[in-house]
Design a protein around this ligand. Structure first.
Ligand SMILES: [Zn+2]
Length: 81
């Protein structure tokens, strides 16, 4: 279950990529929450990173973000032990 992402209010200095879907809009960094099942328990993981296109609603996740998201999931699982 993926919650709707919200855009970050903090200023980002990085160059923003252009949306690959509509090719019309710069992507904004966004955060979202997701939950995973682990040993029958549901863990909520917050502050996951993705990009969000305000034009077409695409939510691509780039490799560097996916890596950091995976670390957040790993930390959430470790916190259960
Ligand atoms: Zn788009």
């Amino acid at each position: 279950m993926m919650n709707r992402p919200y855009t970050e209010t903090a200023a980002v200095e990085d160059i923003k990529p252009i949306c690959k879907i509509c090719r019309n809009c710069e992507l904004e960094t966004a955060r979202f929450s997701n939950s995973i099942e682990h040993d029958g328990k549901r863990i909520e993981v917050h502050e996951l990173e993705c990009w969000l296109c305000l034009e077409c609603g695409a939510q691509p996740i780039f490799d560097d973000q996916r890596k950091r998201n995976d670390e957040r999931f790993a930390r959430a699982r470790a916190a259960l032990l």
